[in-house]
Design a protein around this ligand. Structure first.
Ligand SMILES: *Cc1c(COP(=O)(O)O)cnc(C)c1O
Length: 226
């Protein structure tokens, strides 16, 4: 059943990309609060990249699914005191938004592992309550990441204000796309713009997303956090 949902979503991503003349984005399956069995089901259907919000929850799933060759992305806010664990558990951290976190992740990423893939999270709608750096802080933060051999700067991540009408998020996606192009001008290796979720991925893709983060549309409604 989940294999069917996966096929369906992949087709929708392709269609949305074709409609705007862009390459199909990568799918990040957001598996927060889903158990290891649900993840294994999607992995068996070919999905590799999974997104999680919590360090502890990921530790459990990653151990249960070791050997499956999965790629784990942190998409939740990271407290500095969890950076050591995160640098070990994750293949990507999409929520880097301050210099202190850059330094901590670089310090703790083990030398025998590939560099940790990092996205700068940008607070594109300037919401006081939200995490993410200000758009004007992106260049300095990106430079700090690029200077760390244990980190690999891959691009930007954004979560626009959840207006009830997804079409109202288009402007935020467009501004994030412009920031991404500006970043790429100075860092030609940058290749990832992570934006768009279950209810707005088509708009995000039209505005240049190269990775979409989809939970509900793949797994169904989330069970409550344990
Ligand atoms: C939960 C979450 C998602 C997935 O949201 P859905 O609406 O279930 O697709 C995407 N990105 C982030 C940062 C999330 O926390």
């Amino acid at each position: 059943m989940r294999a069917r949902a996966l096929k369906d979503i992949l087709l929708q991503l392709e269609n949305a990309a074709a409609a705007s003349g862009r390459p199909a984005p990568r799918l990040l399956a957001v598996s927060k609060t889903q158990d290891a069995t649900a993840v294994a089901e999607l992995a068996a259907a070919g999905q590799r990249a999974f997104g999680e919000n919590y360090v502890q929850e990921t530790a459990v799933k990653r151990a249960a699914l070791a050997g499956e060759g999965l790629e784990w992305h942190l998409i939740g806010h990271l407290q500095s005191n969890k950076a050591e664990q995160a640098a070990d558990l994750f293949d990507w951290v999409q929520t880097v938004d301050r210099p202190k976190l850059v330094a901590a992740l670089a310090r703790y990423r083990a030398p025998d592992r590939p560099p940790l893939n990092v996205l700068v999270q940008v607070n594109i709608d300037d919401e006081a309550s939200k995490h993410g750096c200000q758009p004007g802080d992106v260049p300095a933060l990106a430079a700090a990441i690029a200077a760390e051999p244990r980190l690999r700067l891959r691009g930007l991540m954004a979560i626009p204000t959840p207006h009830p009408d997804p079409e109202q998020r288009r402007d935020a996606f467009r501004r994030t796309g412009a920031l991404f192009e500006a970043l790429r001008a100075g860092h030609p290796d940058v290749d990832t713009l992570s934006m768009g979720m279950s209810d707005d991925f088509a708009i995000a893709i039209a505005e240049g997303a190269t990775m979409v983060r989809i939970g509900t549309a793949l797994f169904g409604a989330r069970p409550p956090k344990a």
